[in-house]
Design a binder for this molecule. Structure first.
Ligand SMILES: Nc1nc2c(ncn2[C@@H]2O[C@H](COP(=O)(O)OP(=O)(O)OP(=O)(O)O)[C@@H](O)[C@H]2O)c(=O)[nH]1
Ligand SMILES: [Mg+2]
Length: 374
C-alpha cells in the first residue's frame, strides 16, 4: 500500500507547491479577462502565497525520544540519509554511532525543486538505564517547554522580529521497545505526559526483531492500550477538519505505531545503492515498504502531513502553553499590592524580581511592563 496522501484542501504542502505552475504576477487570473467580466482573479492569491513560501522556506523540528539503545540516533541518520536529503549528506562509512548523552539538535538545509527546508532533528539521550526511572521524562518536558518559552518571549517582545525563529518541537517520535507483549508502564506514563504538550508519533523500534504475526499483534495491542490510557497520538481525531481529512487520517491511525528499522549503512542490492541492515540471512532494506514501515513514517512527516503537524503544534500545543503562562502572569499581576504597582509604574515599567515566583521574571515581567505602558 502506498501512502500518497492528499492534504486537506486548506493546507499547503511541499509537493503541492512544487507542481509546475504558470505564474501570473499581475493577479489577473488564468481565464482571459476579456471574455469573462465576472472573473476577479482571487485565485492568483495562491501564486502569491507560493512565492512567499518559496522565499521564506520551511522549518520543521522533529524530536526522537525513547529508551536507551532503541535506535533513535540511527533512525535520525536514516532520515537524513534516506530520500529526504540523500544529496546533502556526505557518506561516512565505518563510523559507529555513540550513545547519546545530551539533548542535541542537528539541522540540515534541504532544497528540492526550489523549495528550501531546514529540517532539524533533536536527538535525546535514552532513558531507562537507571534503577529508579521516576521522572525520567523531566529533561525532555523541560526542553519542549523551554522552546515554547523562547518563542513566547520573542512574541511578546515590544520590538518583535518580523519572523520569529521557530525552535519549537513540532513532532516527537516515541520509540517503543519491540517486546511483542504490551506497553510498559514507563512508556504509558511518558507518552501520556508528552501527548499533552506535543504531537507524538509512536514507532516500534528495531522491528526486524519481530515476525510479521508478532508485529501485527503488537501493533494492535499498542493501539488498544493507547486508547485505554487516553493517550492521543498524532493525527488526533478531534483535529480532523472534515470528512476527507477523517478518511485519510483514519488510514494512518490504523497503521500506527509504524514498525521501523533504521540504518545509516548503504549496500548494493541488485545494482542499486540502498540503506539497509545486512544480516546472515539477507539485507533488510529500510526504505522498502515490503520490509518495514520507515517509508510511511517519513512520508507522513515530510511529504503529506508536515504543515498539518506544524499547525497543530502551533495552534494547539503552543497555544495551551501560551495561555497558561499568560494566565499565570495575570494572576501574579492581580496578586500584587496596589502600592507595589504604583512604585513599579514609576520605575519605567521594570518590575522588581519576585523571590517567591521564579518563573515570573519571564513572561510575567514582560507582561507587566506591557500593562504599565497601556
Ligand atoms: N536490529 C536493529 N538494530 C538497530 C536498529 N537501529 C539501530 N540499531 C542498533 O542498535 C544500537 C543502538 O543504536 P542507537 O541509534 O545508538 O540507539 P539510541 O536509541 O540512540 O541509544 P541512546 O543514545 O543510548 O539512547 C546500534 O548498534 C544500532 O546499530 C534497528 O532498526 N534494528
Ligand atoms: Mg542515541
Amino acid at each position: 500500500m502506498s501512502l500518497r496522501l492528499r492534504l486537506p484542501h486548506h493546507h499547503s504542502n511541499m509537493s503541492e507547491s512544487t507542481k509546475p505552475h504558470h505564474p501570473n504576477p499581475q493577479g489577473k487570473g488564468e481565464k482571459t479577462p476579456g471574455t469573462d467580466f465576472s472573473y476577479v482573479g482571487i485565485d492568483a492569491i495562491l501564486e502569491q502565497m507560493r512565492r512567499k513560501a518559496m522565499k521564506q522556506g520551511f522549518e520543521f523540528n522533529i524530536m526522537v525520544v525513547g529508551q536507551s539503545g532503541l535506535g533513535k540516533s540511527t533512525l535520525m541518520n536514516t532520515l537524513f540519509k534516506s530520500k529526504v536529503s540523500r544529496k546533502s549528506v556526505q557518506p561516512n562509512p565505518e563510523e559507529k554511532i555513540p550513545k547519546t548523552i545530551e539533548i542535541k539538535s542537528i539541522s540540515h538545509d534541504i532544497e528540492e525543486k526550489g523549495v528550501r527546508m531546514k529540517l532539524t532533528v533533536i536527538d535525546t539521550p535514552g532513558f531507562g538505564d537507571q534503577i529508579n526511572n521516576e521522572n525520567c521524562w523531566q529533561p525532555i518536558m523541560k526542553f519542549i517547554n523551554d522552546q515554547y518559552e523562547v518563542y513566547l518571549q520573542e512574541e511578546i517582545n515590544i520590538n518583535r522580529k518580523k519572523r520569529i525563529p521557530d525552535s519549537r518541537v513540532h513532532c516527537c517520535i516515541y520509540f517503543i521497545p519491540p517486546t511483542g507483549h504490551c506497553l510498559r508502564p514507563l512508556d504509558v506514563e511518558f507518552m501520556r505526559r508528552l501527548s499533552k504538550v506535543v504531537n507524538i508519533v509512536p514507532v516500534i523500534a528495531k522491528a526486524d526483531t519481530l515476525t510479521l504475526e508478532e508485529r501485527d499483534y503488537f501493533k494492535q495491542t499498542i493501539r488498544e492500550e493507547l486508547r485505554a490510557n487516553g493517550i492521543d497520538v498524532y493525527p488526533q481525531k478531534e483535529f480532523d477538519e472534515d470528512a476527507d481529512d477523517r478518511i485519510i487520517n483514519d488510514k494512518i491511525r490504523e497503521m500506527i505505531p509504524f514498525a521501523v528499522v533504521g540504518s545509516d549503512q548503504e549496500y548494493q542490492v541488485n545494482g542499486k545503492r540502498i540503506l539497509g541492515r545486512k544480516t546472515k540471512w539477507g539485507t533488510i532494506e529500510v526504505e522498502n515498504i515490503a520490509h518495514c514501515e520507515f517509508a510511511y513514517l517519513r512520508d507522513l512527516l515530510i511529504r503529506t502531513h508536515m504543515q498539518n503537524i506544524k499547525d497543530i503544534a502551533g495552534s494547539i500545543h503552543y497555544e495551551t502553553y501560551r495561555v497558561r503562562r499568560l494566565n499565570e502572569s495575570n494572576a501574579h499581576f492581580a496578586s500584587l499590592p496596589s502600592d507595589h504597582l504604583a512604585l513599579q509604574s514609576k520605575t519605567n515599567g521594570q518590575p522588581e524580581e519576585q523571590p517567591g515566583a521564579p518563573q515570573a521574571n519571564g513572561v510575567a515581567a514582560q507582561h507587566e511592563a506591557l500593562s504599565h505602558e497601556m
